[in-house]
Design a protein around this ligand. Structure first.
Ligand code: GRF
Length: 189
């Protein structure tokens, strides 16, 4: 299974996927890593693992790609022969060009037990709601934000003395287990 990973930031989930492949825990290949942020650390991680990578200038919208840019993204992923598009901290909403080109072949990871706490900083939402348990979710991407069929989840406890930072770190550690497992599940199905 050939993966195309899209991310805007630090890339710790991308690293977890690349390490799982390197360690023989995930039978897949990362064909390309693409970022909408020129100096995103995720591109440095791709280079560290000798994976082809590219910066895609996103255009002038803030929360999505310009339509022509999104068409270019489709072409880049098709040229790399990608079977599954893996969003790993990609901070833009995908629209028709990507959703139509890769139906049920785009997945995302979100730091809560969806459908609870969609949107930004879900761990802060969990703390503010007084939840005793939260987690992380890998789900198919559809046209709504942090929505779409759930593929796999891991629960994470909220501890009495948790701050936003400690809870976020515990959720991220769970994400690094969850994402490679969810991709392996899809590769086997
Ligand atoms: C993850 O926490 C994920 O849940 C969210 O964005 C974050 C990306 O982190 N969608 P990283 O860039 O993989 O470290």
């Amino acid at each position: 299974m050939k993966l195309g990973i899209l991310g805007s930031g630090k890339g710790s989930n991308c690293r977890a996927i690349l390490e799982a492949i390197r360690d023989g825990k995930l039978k897949a290949e990362v064909a390309v890593v693409i970022s909408d942020v020129f100096d995103a650390p995720i591109l440095g991680i791709a280079r560290e693992f000798a994976v082809p990578n590219a910066f895609l200038p996103p255009g002038h919208f803030r929360t999505r790609l310009e339509p022509a840019v999104e068409e270019q993204l489709v072409k880049m992923l098709r040229d790399a022969d990608v079977d599954l598009v893996v969003l790993a901290g990609f901070m833009r909403v995908l629209k028709a060009p990507m959703l139509q080109a890769f139906p049920r072949r785009i997945i995302n990871i979100h730091p809560s037990l969806l459908p609870q706490f969609p949107g930004l900083e879900a761990w802060k939402q969990a703390l503010a709601a007084g939840a005793t348990e939260t987690g992380c979710t890998v789900h198919y991407v559809d046209d709504k934000i942090d929505h779409g069929d759930v593929i796999r989840q891991i629960k994470v406890p909220v501890l009495p003395n948790d701050t936003a930072e400690t809870l976020h770190a515990r959720i991220q550690a769970a994400e690094h287990e969850l994402y490679p497992r969810a991709i392996a599940q899809l590769a086997a199905s």
